[in-house]
Design a protein around this ligand. Structure first.
Ligand code: PAP
Length: 337
């Protein structure tokens, strides 16, 4: 055996041993922590205050063990269904605006989720293998800030949040489409009850949002806190803010040439949802998860909750939101922008 083969084999078996140790740790954790009803799978598990799919817990352990950030990395963080797909498209096309033409753009051919990796699911060993990506590397995550490794929290993070009533309705639709066929359907009433108790993937919603909101107040240069509703109302204003935050402000010449408007148009719900790739294409995450792109585009509106939630349900969620956000300075929902 050559020295290099010997070294590679030794390193690989050390990595395998570390990986096996994490799998063991994960198994014990799952047996020990509280569990609640899942939306797409039977159970979610409460890991350090947040309800996660068992695979997301394992992946979080892997992230802490293996992920190495670079100082120029930019992360997109969000609670599920708060605007991830839209932001992914906007961030990718803004960072790469000098590289691609608007008439034949990668977003015309691949779904927004292929633009950059989703680190909650890129299972080992992919997690340690992002060195080929050009700087600034971009990554997406749904983990609350408190579950991110310190090497990530020291990077720039764009966070997007949304009215929890619209998040609930959007998530219920999405999860119903992905619910295990072995389980009975999850009614909206059940989903509502679980959501209010904080039990949904990456929940409680309010603690998730607050984890980033508080950090954004402490280190505004590190966290850009956005709202879906604000993006819908003033996409150009938000995009310019986003570009400045990412270190790529639009130049006077670009503004003159309507580059901002072109990116907003390219990433709009109307444009993206009508592309063939987003009607028929499939996005693969990690080794096992496949999601049809069309499931990321439903209505794309503010206030669709009115078509699903009763006045009583609205009052209850708004009450929880007011209570949880009291004193934080953050307002979500109606008049939040
Ligand atoms: P994810 O967290 O699973 O990636 P995410 O993209 O955050 O999902 O949420 C999907 C929601 O964003 C959907 O909302 P709805 O169910 O209320 O309709 C989807 O329609 C909406 N959405 C996707 N792309 C856009 C876009 N370009 N502009 C506005 N809304 C969008």
């Amino acid at each position: 055996m050559s020295i290099s083969t010997y070294l590679t084999t030794t390193l690989e078996s050390k990595q395998d041993a570390d990986y096996n140790k994490i799998c063991e740790e994960h198994k014990h954790l799952i047996e020990a922590v509280p569990k609640g009803n899942g939306w797409s799978v039977q159970h979610l598990y409460n890991y350090n205050g947040f309800w996660l799919h068992p695979n997301s817990i394992k992946n979080n352990l892997l992230l802490h063990a293996y992920f190495k950030s670079q100082p120029t990395d930019i992360f997109l963080a969000s609670f599920m269904k708060a605007g991830t797909t839209w932001l992914k498209a906007l961030m990718f096309s803004t960072i790469n605006r000098h590289r691609y033409s608007f008439s034949d753009h990668p977003l015309h051919h691949h779904g927004p989720h292929a633009s950059f990796p989703y680190i909650d699911i890129e299972t080992y060993p992919a997690i340690s293998d992002f060195t080929h990506l050009p700087a600034p590397r971009m990554f997406a995550t749904h983990y609350p800030r408190t579950l991110l490794p310190p090497c990530i929290t020291s990077c720039k993070i764009v966070y997007v949040c949304r009215d929890p009533k619209d998040v609930l309705v959007s998530k219920w639709h999405f999860m119903s489409n992905h619910r295990s066929k072995d389980l009975p359907p999850l009614s909206l009433d059940e989903a509502f009850e679980l959501f209010c108790q904080g039990i949904s993937d990456y929940g409680p919603f309010w603690e998730h949002v607050l984890s980033y909101w508080r950090a954004s107040l402490e280190t505004p240069d590190k966290i850009l806190f956005l709202k879906y509703e604000e993006m819908k109302k003033q996409p150009e204003v938000v995009l310019r803010k986003l570009a400045v935050f990412m270190g790529k402000p639009f130049t006077a010449e670009e503004l003159e040439k309507s580059v901002v408007e072109k990116i907003v148009e390219l990433c709009s719900f109307e444009t993206l949802s009508n592309l063939e790739v987003n009607k028929k294409g499939v996005q693969k995450f990690g080794k096992f998860l496949e999601v049809e792109n069309r499931h990321y585009f439903r209505k794309g509106e503010i206030g669709d909750w009115k078509n699903h939630l009763s006045e009583e349900m609205k009052q209850r969620i708004d009450g929880i939101t007011n209570e949880k956000l009291k004193g934080s300075g953050l307002i979500l929902g109606v008049n939040s922008t």
